[in-house]
Design a protein around this ligand. Structure first.
Ligand SMILES: Nc1ncnc2c1ncn2[C@@H]1O[C@H](COP(=O)(O)OP(=O)(O)OP(=O)(O)O)[C@@H](O)[C@H]1O
Length: 255
């Protein structure tokens, strides 16, 4: 697959095994900068695994073997000398359930910047305001920054987790079913936030919710049993899929 100048991520001939189980099969795909791309497909098809490939989170799992290339900004992140801390700063991830540190709101945000550098107090204040403003939490939380992050609602916690990523200035945000703990209203609000964030960041979202993919994404990849069956503009995937398996899925045949 050709890589175009506006592609931020290019995956080439990627295979991933959990032990002898072939979980990702010869994946080729490119993700466009400052766009939302959705990965859809039935449970167990490999969506989360593919997402984790993009910041090498699978490396943490015993027995995983990976071949192929993943270029981010032209660099193969599977090179032996990749700095994983830098990689995960550039490619941040939010999960199904919000996972703030059991620390204050303030400490959740300043943790990353402090780990990556030695910012002055004033810089930290700026990062704090900027990150919380970006997720629309600043007004709500400015007077209780020392309160535990765990005292927040699920939606606030998920926003805080996103703010925590923004604090270290990522380029790419990976979101693995980020709304699964949220009610429908909070889900819509988080989707609105994604639409704002995509003006500055590249977002890749795994979702089992086809309506969500249709609402938020510009491009969609449909996966089945470790294959990336079809990848293209979201409107085409949902209204005129090329592959009959995609059509079966988007018309509800796989549940
Ligand atoms: N750590 C692991 N060890 C062994 N097999 C795994 C591991 N993680 C995932 N798998 C298997 O790999 C396949 C893909 O899993 P993955 O979680 O990526 O799918 P998914 O499409 O995200 O599914 P879901 O929507 O249920 O989260 C599944 O068959 C799963 O059982």
């Amino acid at each position: 697959m050709m890589s175009m100048p506006n592609d931020i991520i290019t995956i080439r001939h990627l295979d991933l095994y959990y032990g002898s189980f072939h979980a990702l099969k010869n994946i080729d795909a490119s993700f466009v900068r400052q766009r939302i791309t959705a990965l859809i497909g039935p449970s167990g098809c490999g969506k989360s695994t593919l997402l984790r490939v993009l910041n090498r989170m699978n490396d943490l799992i015993d027995g995983v073997s990976i071949t192929g290339q993943v270029l981010i900004d032209g660099d193969n992140i599977y090179r032996r000398d990749t700095n994983l801390i830098q990689l995960r700063k550039k490619v941040g991830m939010v999960f199904q359930r919000p996972n703030p540190f059991p620390l204050s709101i303030y400490d959740n945000i300043v943790y990353g910047p402090t780990l990556h550098g030695r910012p002055h107090k004033k810089e930290l204040e700026e990062i704090l305001v900027r990150s919380l403003e970006a997720v629309h939490l600043w007004q709500e939380l400015r007077d209780r920054l020392q309160q535990s992050a765990l005292s927040l609602t699920e939606e606030q916690q998920q926003r805080l987790c996103i703010a925590r990523l923004l604090a270290v200035e990522p380029e790419i945000l990976l979101m693995d079913e980020p709304c699964s703990a949220l009610d429908p209203l909070a889900t819509l609000q988080l989707e609105e936030l994604m639409q704002e964030l995509v003006k500055e960041y590249t977002i890749i979202i795994v979702t089992h919710n086809m309506q969500q993919a249709a609402r938020v994404s510009t491009d969609t990849g449909f996966m089945l049993l470790g294959d990336l069956v079809e990848f293209g503009p979201t409107s085409a995937i949902f209204t005129r899929p090329k592959d009959s398996r995609t059509e079966d899925y988007v018309s509800g045949k796989y549940g």
